[in-house]
Write a protein that binds this ligand. Structure first.
Ligand code: SF4
Ligand code: SF4
Ligand code: SF4
Length: 274
């Protein structure tokens, strides 16, 4: 039963959000939305626990496609960073604001970068590319994320400052075009850097929220120093270059862990656990 605890905890978190938001905002959509996402993630984690090989990819597709196609394209909700600023400036506590609060700002205090490992619609495509483990050294391009973050904030600020009409329509097109650019840049970087997750490491503006919050995460990969023989296998397999065998939150690139569990699978001495 213990091995299913992360799965149950994840489901409870999402289900609590579903019920609270449904009752607080008197909107049945939130019950459906968060129940669906929480159940997909919990079932995927349970399958993963049973060592089903593609469990994580299936969850990514189930949640990612729902958010990209249904919420983003069909319901016209911009869930990108500019959508977050847009709804925040409107003073509307719904849509992207709730999504960011749950998945990307406060949620990471509990489940770290779980969003990045199991739900992101950008990464659901990037993770299918050939470079699952980085084949080149990490670059010092992390500053790019702050440039993209500031550009999104500036873009939405100008829309409000100059009272540009048709903001809702602009946000929808921004979601479509922005996602197209993200996929193009993400795929180009993956092949250029021989690293599927290069986009996540250098460009994604959401990491400006994700990284500091996930430093304090409750669920993180723990190492038992008495079992570790410093073989380095965990770090060689990590897609995010995390210094896994360092038994502290201050481990290098620790806030990049996406909880993919590849290091846990690879450790020959079972020194790693969640
Ligand atoms: S870093 Fe950004 S693009 Fe990568 S998985 Fe996380 S949210 Fe998605
Ligand atoms: S794979 Fe296991 S034993 Fe090897 S360095 Fe990592 S934690 Fe230590
Ligand atoms: S391999 Fe381990 S440390 Fe690296 S991202 Fe996956 S779970 Fe996190």
């Amino acid at each position: 039963m213990k091995k299913y605890l992360p799965s149950i905890a994840m489901w409870l978190v999402f289900e609590s959000d579903a019920v609270i938001l449904w009752l607080a905002l008197d909107n049945l959509f939130y019950l459906f939305n968060f129940s669906y996402i929480g159940t997909a993630i919990a079932v995927g984690l349970a399958f993963y626990t049973q060592k089903k090989r593609y469990a994580r990819n299936v969850v990514q597709m189930a949640v990612g496609l729902y958010m990209l196609v249904y919420l983003g394209i069909l319901c016209r909700e911009n869930m990108q960073i500019e959508g977050f600023w847009y709804y925040l400036f409107l003073g509307v506590f719904e849509a992207a604001v709730i999504h960011y609060a749950v998945a990307k700002i406060f949620g990471p205090l509990l489940f770290g970068r779980g969003w990045c490992g199991y739900a992101c619609w950008t990464a659901m495509v990037l993770d299918l590319l050939p470079y699952k483990t980085p084949a080149t050294p990490r670059k010092r391009w992390g500053f790019v994320r702050y440039v993209v973050f500031a550009a999104a904030l500036l873009f939405v600020s100008l829309l409000f400052l100059f009272r540009i009409p048709g903001k809702a329509e602009i946000m929808w097109w921004s979601f479509l075009i922005g996602n197209g650019i993200y996929y193009a840049v993400g795929i180009a970087l993956a092949f250029g850097c021989k690293d599927n997750r290069a986009f996540c490491k250098y460009v994604c503006p959401i990491t400006v929220f994700l990284k500091p919050m996930s430093y304090f995460t409750l669920f993180l990969i723990k190492v038992d120093p008495s079992k570790c023989v410093s073989c380095g296998k965990c770090e060689r397999v990590c897609p995010m270059n995390v210094q896994v065998s360092e038994p502290s939150r201050k481990r290098k690139h620790g806030t990049e862990c996406i909880l993919c569990m590849k290091c846990v699978e690879k450790c020959p001495n079972k020194a790693l656990d969640l």
